[in-house]
Design a protein around this ligand. Structure first.
Ligand code: UDX
Length: 447
C-alpha cells in the first residue's frame, strides 16, 4: 500500500517507520527542510528507543523516504495520514492551523481518490473541517474528486512508541465510508492478525475516544495524588493503599502511581483542550477542571517540601536534581514537573545541579545560561557540594544508587523523592531522611 505521512514528529515518524517495516511503501513529508535533510542522513530528531534503527533499516531498503515536496507527497499515497502538531492556543484549545494546512495541501494536489486520515489529536468536529478544507481546494480547481476522511487517533506512549504501535491494544477508526474502512483494514492488517483489534465507529466518537482515554488516565493519576496527599496527613502509606486498590481488577494497577504530577505533550494539553471543548458547548466539566487543578498543585509539592524543610530559607541552598524529562526513556521536557521545581527554586534564591540520562541537551536548549543551573555529566557529579537531593523522574539508574555516597556527599542527608522509588527503611539504614509522596505521617508529614 502506498502511504504518505504529513509531519515527522513522534507520531508521524513512528507511524511512517512502523508501516514501512511491515512492507508498506511510505513517504514522510515535512515542511521543515532541516529535519528532512537530517532524516535522509539517518539522523533522528527525537529520542525514542528503537526508532533510529527501524528508520535507517527501512530507508535503506527503499520503503521509507522523506520529502518536503507537497506535490510528490500527495501524489504518492492512496492513504494520506495527517500527523502534525496541535499545540494549545493561549486559551487551552487545540490550534488546528497545521492540520487544516495539510488538508488544503491535499486538496490542492490530489488528482485521484484519497483517504485523508487524521492521526493528530484533534477536537471533536475536526473531521468536518478537514473535509471542508479539502473540498474547498478541489472546488477552486473545479474538480469533483472523491475522497474520504477518517479519524484514527494514536495512543502510543513516548519511550515505548514502537512496541505500542507494533502491538496495539486497539486501533480506533472513525469513518462513514466502507471503502475507507476496507483500506484502513488492509493498512493495519499486519498489526491485527491474531485477534481483531480494530474498532470502527463514527468520526466524532473516534475523535472523542482519544481525549476520553487521556483524560481518564490523567484522572487516575490526579486521584491517586490526592489520596497520597491525604495519606500524608492521615498517617497512611499510599504505596500500601495503591497495592490494596490495584488488586481490584475493576481498578487495576496501571496509572495509579502517585508522584510529583503528570507532564508530557498529551495529558496536560488534552485535559485542558477537552475542558475547553466542554465550555464551548456550555457544559461545565467539573471533574476535568479538578484533574487539571490537582495536577498543577501536585507539581509544586516537591518545592513545598524542600522549602518546608529549610523553613522557607532557600537562598544560597544547592539542590541536586536527578531526572529532568517528564518521564523516563525520553528527553522530552514538555510540562515536566522538574521545570516547575527548578523555576520555583531559582525564584527562592536556590541553585540547582541537575542530571538526566537523556534530557541534558533539551535542558540546555530551554534554560541555556540560566543563573543557578549547573548541568552535570553524571548523577554523582550532581551531588557534589549539594545540600539535598530531589528526584523528579524514575529513570532505572536511580533505582539502586549508592546511598552511602549520597549520604556523604550531601551537606544535609535528605532525599526528596517525587516518584516513590525507595522503601523508607532502606534510606533509614543509610542515615538518610526520606521525604516521598504520601508515605505516612510520622516521618513524612509536612504540616
Ligand atoms: C500518554 C498516553 O499514555 C498515551 O496513550 C497517549 O497517546 C499520549 O499520552 P505519554 O505522555 O507518552 O503518553 O506518557 P505516559 O507514560 O502516559 O505518562 C504521562 C505522565 O503521567 C508522565 O509524567 C508520568 O510520569 C505520569 N504518570 C503516569 C504518573 O504520574 N503516574 C502513573 O501512574 C502513570
Amino acid at each position: 500500500m502506498k502511504i504518505t505521512i504529513f509531519g515527522t514528529g513522534y507520531v508521524g515518524l513512528v507511524t511512517g517507520a512502523c508501516l514501512a517495516d511491515v512492507g508498506h511503501d511510505v513517504v514522510c513529508m515535512d515542511v521543515d527542510q532541516g529535519k528532512i535533510d537530517k532524516l535522509r542522513n539517518g539522523q533522528i530528531p527525537i529520542y525514542e528507543p528503537g526508532l533510529e534503527s527501524i528508520v535507517k533499516h527501512n530507508a535503506e531498503s527503499g520503503r521509507l523516504s522523506f520529502t518536503t515536496d507537497p506535490e510528490q507527497a500527495v501524489a504518492h499515497g492512496l492513504i494520506q495520514f495527517i500527523a502534525v502538531g496541535t499545540p494549545p492556543d493561549e486559551d487551552g484549545s487545540a490550534d488546528l492551523q497545521y492540520v487544516t494546512a495539510v488538508a488544503r495541501t491535499i486538496g490542492q494536489y490530489m488528482d485521484d481518490y484519497r483517504v485523508v486520515v487524521d492521526k493528530s489529536t484533534v477536537p471533536v468536529g475536526t473531521g468536518d473541517k478537514v473535509r471542508d478544507a479539502v473540498r474547498a481546494e478541489l472546488d477552486k480547481r473545479g474538480l469533483e474528486l472523491d475522497f474520504d476522511v477518517v479519524s484514527n487517533p494514536e495512543f502510543l506512549k513516548e519511550g515505548a512508541a514502537i512496541t505500542d504501535f507494533m502491538k496495539p491494544d486497539r486501533i480506533v477508526v472513525g469513518t462513514d465510508s466502507e471503502r475507507a474502512q476496507e483500506l484502513l483494514r488492509e493498512t493495519y492488517y499486519p498489526f491485527n492478525r491474531n485477534h481483531d483489534r480494530m474498532i470502527f465507529m463514527d468520526i466524532r466518537s473516534a475523535e472523542l475516544t482519544k481525549y476520553a482515554a487521556n483524560a481518564m488516565l490523567a484522572t487516575k493519576i490526579s486521584f491517586m495524588n490526592e489520596i497520597a496527599n491525604l495519606s500524608e496527613r492521615l498517617g497512611a502509606d499510599i504505596e500500601a493503599v495503591r497495592r490494596g486498590i490495584g488488586s481490584d481488577p475493576r481498578i487495576g494497577y496501571h496509572f495509579i502511581y502517585p508522584g510529583c504530577g503528570y507532564g508530557g505533550s498529551c495529558f496536560p494539553k488534552d485535559v485542558q483542550a477537552l475542558a475547553r471543548t466542554a465550555r464551548g458547548c456550555d457544559y461545565d466539566a467539573k471533574l476535568l477542571n479538578a484533574v487539571e487543578e490537582v495536577n498543577l498543585s501536585q507539581k509544586h509539592v516537591l518545592f513545598d517540601k524542600v522549602s518546608h524543610y529549610f523553613q522557607g530559607q532557600l537562598s544560597g541552598k544547592v539542590v541536586a536534581l536527578w531526572g529532568l524529562a517528564f518521564k523516563p526513556n525520553t528527553d522530552d521536557m514538555r510540562e515536566a514537573s522538574s521545570r516547575t521545581l527548578m523555576e520555583s527554586l531559582w525564584k527562592a534564591g536556590a541553585s540547582v545541579q541537575a542530571f538526566d540520562p537523556e534530557a541534558m541537551g533539551e535542558t540546555q536548549r530551554i534554560y541555556g545560561d540560566q543563573e543557578g543551573l549547573t548541568l552535570c555529566g553524571t548523577k554523582e557529579q550532581a551531588l557534589k557540594g549539594a545540600d539535598v537531593l530531589v528526584i523528579c523522574t524514575e529513570w532505572k539508574e536511580f533505582r539502586s544508587p549508592d546511598f552511602a555516597n549520597i549520604a556523604s556527599a550531601l551537606s544535609e542527608p535528605v532525599v526528596f523523592d517525587g516518584r516513590n522509588l525507595y522503601e523508607p527503611e532502606m534510606l533509614d539504614r543509610h542515615g538518610l531522611i526520606y521525604y516521598a509522596i504520601g508515605r505516612g505521617r510520622n516521618q513524612f508529614r509536612m504540616d
